[in-house]
Design a protein around this ligand. Structure first.
Ligand SMILES: Cc1cc2nc3c(=O)[nH]c(=O)nc-3n(C[C@H](O)[C@H](O)[C@H](O)COP(=O)(O)OP(=O)(O)OC[C@H]3O[C@@H](n4cnc5c(N)ncnc54)[C@H](O)[C@@H]3O)c2cc1C
Length: 480
């Protein structure tokens, strides 16, 4: 029997996968890795299901990637599935506006901040006089993201010289899509981090990408293969019910499959969302700063994904965004799955004049972020709403839907609201053998795949670097 210390990774979403991958990378690692997941499969919020009517695997919710997702791209390299992603050569997305119809946002894919600004200035969805205000955003960037955590993204943009109309007709969709929260709710620190890592690093960092294979094939199946090869023990259908502690250490894990007693050198990585973590913390830790902070983060913002199959094709660009509309995004799934390389297609230079610029598809996915208003509407009503948006793009889009599947994700992402960025837990905690990961951990990013992956890797690095206590200012006041 192995006498090596174990690291128990709790939660098999992207963050747990990234943590287990990093911890098992070195064949001489001093640890045995055990990944515990409540569901029968890994993947968490990045999942797929088989739709019998469409006869294909469909992601529960459409996920978009950005070229600045360095952690995710590195993980995919290690899983051997980076070729499952398709990236645009620049930031090119047709955006619909009630006053101006469809206009492409077109930002060149190079490193120049000036050409990124030029791309924004050419966006014809806004009058030129309003577009000029974009130039003042870069000047308003704080040195430290946390300097603006006390502001909402909306307040920050107003301070940065953005007129109400520009926020309403441009930034609102950008912010909702990137953070799953409205501009008046989300912390400005999150918006600032997004801008620094994407547009302000030039169009090259802002190129959108999408998975041309189901998320399960991109992440889950290759992770299972990798873990098998590296000897990582993956235990699915194992729900953690409670942690028990004494002396500031986790001593055991109560699971649906029985009790796991921890050895003196064992560690635990929590790669769970805050609403799951708060259910398992020991009663004696309830008053600690860590648990207090997590419980203040344990509110979720929903995402509604509507998947529709048609018997006869409808016509769409690959990705279309809608400002000031109930539906935020439409995705041409047939085009995505055929791995069309955008720069080789005429519709990539979509002019709005030739119908042939659009591509036929029999499968459309729609996304509504921060979807409180639409979440409980019946499927057929949601199908009609998608139909209305399809008609805004192309008047030929009258095909009746054959099948509608609405996926209502009430716990899609945590609410990282004004003043809440500083509540996000760091990888190291005041509890000697407990490390925090998950998309809510302190990466500075919105709760996304990239945040989840970076947080998982950071928790693993903290363990590998040799455990040290977190800075005393945040979590020091632990009861003895
Ligand atoms: C519909 C939708 C669309 C999205 N779109 C995008 C996008 O376009 N771009 C982007 O970057 N991000 C997007 N996201 C966000 C992204 O999916 C998440 O941020 C990321 O997957 C979170 O990973 P995680 O590992 O932190 O958490 P999770 O994926 O939630 O993983 C946690 C795991 O822990 C397990 N678990 C929970 N409780 C227990 C327990 N008690 N015991 C054992 N296991 C437990 C869960 O089953 C789950 O597998 C989207 C999310 C949703 C829902």
């Amino acid at each position: 029997m192995s006498a090596r210390p174990k690291v128990y990774v709790l939660g098999g979403g992207l963050s747990g996968i990234a943590a287990a991958e990093r911890l098992s990378r070195d064949p001489d690692s001093p640890f045995d890795i055990v990944l515990l997941e409540a569901r029968p499969h890994l993947g968490g919020r990045t999942g797929s299901y088989f739709d019998a009517r469409a006869r294909r695997e469909i992601d529960t919710g459409q996920h978009l990637f950005l070229s600045c997702y360095t952690g995710t791209l590195d993980l995919l390299d290690r899983l051997g599935t980076r070729s499952g992603l398709v990236f645009f050569d620049r930031l090119y997305i047709p955006l619909w506006d009630p006053m101006r119809g469809l206009n492409p946002l077109d930002v060149p894919g190079n490193k120049s901040q000036i050409s990124a600004a030029g791309g924004l200035l050419q966006y014809e969805g806004l009058p030129f006089s309003l577009r000029l205000s974009f130039l003042s955003v870069a000047r308003a960037m704080p040195k430290n993201d946390s300097d603006v955590d006390h502001l909402s993204a909306y307040d920050f943009l107003r301070r940065a010289g953005q007129p109400e109309e520009v926020i309403d007709r441009f930034w609102e969709l950008v912010i909702l899509s990137a953070t799953n929260l409205p501009s008046r709710t989300v912390s400005a620190a999150i918006l600032v981090r997004i801008l620094k890592e994407s547009l302000l690093a030039g169009g090259v960092a802002s190129r959108p990408g999408y998975n041309a294979v189901p998320l399960t094939e991109l992440f889950v199946l290759p992770a299972m293969r990798l873990f098998r090869a590296r000897g990582v023990a993956v235990r699915t259908k194992t729900r953690i019910m409670a942690l028990t502690e004494s002396g500031g250490r986790v001593r055991s894990l109560s699971t649906s499959q029985g009790e796991i007693a921890l050895g003196p050198d064992d560690r635990v990585v929590v790669a769970l969302p805050p609403w799951s973590f708060e259910k398992i913390v020991p009663v004696t830790w309830q008053e600690t700063p860590l648990v207090d902070r997590i419980s203040r983060l344990a509110y979720a913002s929903p995402i509604l994904s509507i998947h529709i199959h048609y018997d006869t094709p409808v016509h769409l660009p690959l990705i279309t965004g809608f400002h000031r509309s109930p539906i935020h995004w439409l995705f041409n799934k047939d085009a995505m799955e055929q791995r069309l390389i955008p720069e080789t297609r005429s519709w990539f230079d979509w002019s709005g004049e030739a119908e042939d610029d659009l591509l036929p598809t029999q499968q459309v996915s729609a996304t509504v972020s921060g979807a409180h208003d639409l979440l409980d509407r019946p499927d057929d009503e949601l199908g009609r709403l998608v139909g209305e948006h399809l008609l805004l793009v192309d008047r030929r889009n009258t095909a009746p839907p054959r099948g509608i599947v609405a996926v209502r994700d009430r716990f899609a992402t945590p609410v990282l609201g004004t003043g809440q960025s500083t509540l996000r837990p760091e990888a190291r905690t005041a509890f000697e053998n407990l490390f925090m990961a998950g998309d809510t951990a302190d990466t500075g990013l919105p709760a996304t795949m990239e945040s989840a992956v970076r947080a998982g890797a950071a928790a693993a690095e903290a363990i590998l670097a040799g455990v040290a206590l977190t800075s005393p200012d945040k979590d020091a006041a632990i009861p003895a």
